[in-house]
Design a protein around this ligand. Structure first.
Ligand SMILES: [Zn+2]
Length: 58
C-alpha cells in the first residue's frame, strides 16, 4: 500500500487540496519519494505557498 503525505506551508492562506493522493492541487505540488520506517517508499506532496499571486489572478 502506498502512503502519501501532504506538506502544506504553515500560515498559508490558500486552501490546499490534501484530500487526494494525486498532485492536482492548484499550487502544483512537488512529488518526492520518501523512505518510510517499514522500508517501503511513500510519497511526499510538497505544496507551495501561494499567498499573493492567486489572489492577484482572482
Ligand atoms: Zn497546494
Amino acid at each position: 500500500m502506498t502512503n502519501t503525505l501532504h506538506v502544506v506551508p504553515v500560515n498559508d492562506l490558500t486552501d490546499h487540496d490534501t484530500s487526494t493522493t494525486e498532485p492536482d492541487c492548484l499550487c502544483g505540488p512537488e512529488v518526492r519519494p520518501t523512505a518510510q520506517d517499514d522500508g517501503t517508499v511513500g510519497w511526499l506532496l510538497v505544496h507551495h505557498s501561494l499567498d499573493g499571486w492567486e489572489r492577484a489572478t482572482g
